[in-house]
Write a protein that binds this ligand. Structure first.
Ligand code: DX5
Ligand code: ZN
Length: 212
């Protein structure tokens, strides 16, 4: 069954706990936490303190998406804070192999994120070091953008090459476009505005889970 990971970027900053609980009570599988450094992406978002506090109330895995340069300096802090899945971007400079290995060594799932324009061949050698590939379906940095449909082909290509890990997509996912992502091989769907704008999160969650 598809795992649904609500992105707390779409929550009300003054009511983060209330809005995270709303998604947990609705039956989400993971909680997705975006970290942005105003350098790798032109926006700022959560820190390890957010992860630490969410860990105290979350009964499901915390999926932390590092949209930042030099994540190697912060991996331990996010892992100590309770990240269960930690994802770094393939486009950054640095020793990505060492970072992915460190995340695994600490017992978390190691994720590698690809922007829409980053081909899987650029990450070829790193793929065996990953537990998850995050295929960005929008340019990272902001919620509420439309899904880039060309990424569906990338998901299918990863499965065609025999990738057995989790494949996650992030950005622009809605109830009316999730099915084709699942059909291509998606296993984790991050949803921000698509989930937070509904008045009936449990109902939507049940319908999303029923897609496959
Ligand atoms: C975008 C973030 C996403 C964002 C998705 O860079 O990584 O997690 O919250 O939001 P929606 O679902 O609204 O596109
Ligand atoms: Zn994200």
């Amino acid at each position: 069954m598809i795992k649904i990971a609500p992105s707390i970027l779409a929550a009300d900053p003054l009511n983060l706990e209330r809005d995270a609980r709303r998604m947990m009570d609705a039956g989400c599988d993971w909680l997705h936490v975006d970290v942005m450094d105003a350098h790798f992406v032109p926006n700022m978002a959560f820190t390890m303190d957010t992860v630490r506090r969410l860990k105290e109330i979350a009964s499901m895995p915390l999926d932390v998406h590092l949209m930042m340069d030099n994540p190697e300096n912060y991996l331990d802090l996010f892992l100590d804070a309770g990240a269960n899945c930690l994802t770094v971007h393939a486009e950054i400079e640095g020793d990505l192999q060492a970072m992915l290995r460190e995340i695994r060594r600490r017992g978390a799932l190691a994720g590698l994120a690809l922007k829409p324009g980053t081909g899987i061949w650029t990450a070829e050698k790193l793929i065996p070091e990953t537990d998850m590939i995050l295929t960005m379906t929008v340019e990272p940095g902001f919620g509420g953008q439309p899904l880039n449909r060309s990424v569906i082909r990338k998901i299918a290509a990863l499965r065609e090459r025999g990738y057995k890990g989790e494949i996650e997509a992030d950005g622009g996912i809605r109830e009316d476009n999730l099915q084709e992502l699942i059909d291509a091989g998606l296993s984790v769907a991050v949803m921000g505005t698509g989930l937070y704008r509904t008045d009936d999160a449990p109902g939507m969650m049940a319908r999303l889970h029923a897609l496959g």
